[in-house]
Write a protein that binds this ligand. Structure first.
Ligand SMILES: *Cc1c(COP(=O)(O)O)cnc(C)c1O
Length: 368
């Protein structure tokens, strides 16, 4: 029987093993471990790729989003509206920056529902933080209109969305600042933890550089409180050569999504993500292929019995569903959505026959 793991971690390394060892040797022989030329090169190339004015390498996207809120001057007790269908990290970044995360409903495309944002605004609301989920950028026209109307700021959790666009504009470039993640399973992954913050704002950029390195300026003088949220130079070097291949990776991921669409588009029991090219405003990079499925748990078991790995995002729980974090929101649409969500394998280790096999197994399940 064919086997299609949800994500093949060793394969990611094997794919670029020689280049990584080369990079490691090069960086190691130069002793260039912390904030060296490789980091600066990567930051410049990443900014150019995204269309942001600045990119700042950080330890991971969670730290990055937290220092982005701090750099933007989020004050204690100010509320930040986010989608409950996101990683708990989005809410934690708000929390540790002193703010109050306010989770709201996800819409039909699984991203934050603009109508739900407006309903959650209070006099304490400072910002909206949409998550550009699954490699798709939200309808930013709708979110920007709400922000303008109510005098709110926008920050983006673009951890999953490097290279994704709305109306030709890149994820991570809409608000005051945004985080990107280089966790190994992300589309641009490194060999451990890593992230970046994007911003177009000169002052936020200046603050981010201080916040990520103990509040030290370029002379080494401590000019404010900071922390250690640096991206390792060797990871930056590795990411920089991976970034050169990234456009090709995006093309392949979109091709897999198109193949899923052609193989499963007529199965009434599943609802698929928008097919690549089907919506002119959106350019999705398919970090994930998250479907809605009838009888989801039995389908997941069936696929497992056929050696097909699937995953329910966030362990199957939306942010407001973690009672120990003190949330009191009632979000029935998101609760219902979380009964149906399932992610099918979509990664660079797959060949087209793997995709056909996964689709066949799904069709077989619903035919019985
Ligand atoms: C992966 C992810 C994060 C966290 O990224 P790290 O780099 O692991 O901190 C945050 N938000 C979303 C939506 C993610 O998918």
């Amino acid at each position: 029987m064919r086997s299609v793991p949800f994500f093949n971690y060793p394969h990611v390394f094997k794919n670029s093993e020689d280049r990584f060892i080369e990079t490691l040797r090069d960086v190691g022989r130069r002793g260039a471990f912390i904030m060296q030329k490789d980091l600066a090169d990567f930051e410049r190339n990443l900014a150019a790729y995204t269309g942001a004015k600045y990119a700042v390498g950080v330890s991971n996207a969670t730290d990055g989003l937290q220092i982005a809120f701090m750099a933007g001057g989020l004050k204690a007790g100010e509320e930040v509206i986010l989608c409950s269908h996101t990683m708990v990290a989005t809410a934690a970044a708000v929390h540790f920056a002193g703010g109050i995360p306010v989770p709201v409903e996800a819409g039909p495309d699984h991203l934050i529902d603009p109508a739900a944002i407006e309903a959650a605004i209070t006099p304490r609301t400072r910002a909206i933080c949409p998550t550009q989920l699954n490699g798709r950028t939200c309808n930013m026209d709708a979110i920007e209109a709400i922000a303008r109307k109510h005098g709110l700021e926008i920050y983006e959790d673009a951890a999953q969305a490097l290279g994704s666009k709305f109306k030709g504009k890149g994820a991570g470039t809409f608000g005051r600042a945004a985080c990107i993640s280089f966790y190994p399973a992300k589309v641009l992954g490194c060999l451990g933890d890593g992230g970046a913050v994007l911003t177009n704002d000169d002052e936020i950029y200046r603050q981010l550089l201080l916040l990520r390195d103990h509040g030290r300026d370029h002379t080494g003088e401590v000019v404010m409180w900071g922390t250690n949220a640096r991206l390792d130079n060797v990871e930056a070097a590795y990411l920089d050569f991976q970034l050169k291949d990234y456009p090709g990776v995006v093309i392949r991921r979109r091709a897999i999504a198109s193949l899923y669409q052609s193989l499963l588009g007529d199965v009434p029991e599943v609802r698929l993500p928008a097919a690549p090219g089907s919506e002119p405003d959106h350019f999705d990079i398919f970090q994930n292929y998250e479907i809605e499925a009838q009888n989801r748990d039995a389908l997941k078991d069936h696929l497992k019995s056929r050696n097909v790995g699937t995953l329910i995002q966030w362990g199957g729980r939306a942010v407001h569903q973690f009672p120990k974090l003190g949330f009191t929101q009632r979000l029935p649409k998101t609760d219902a959505l979380f009964q149906r969500l399932l992610m099918l394998p979509l990664n660079m280790s797959m060949v087209d026959d793997d995709v056909r096999y996964v689709a066949e197994c799904i069709r077989e399940f619903y035919k019985r």
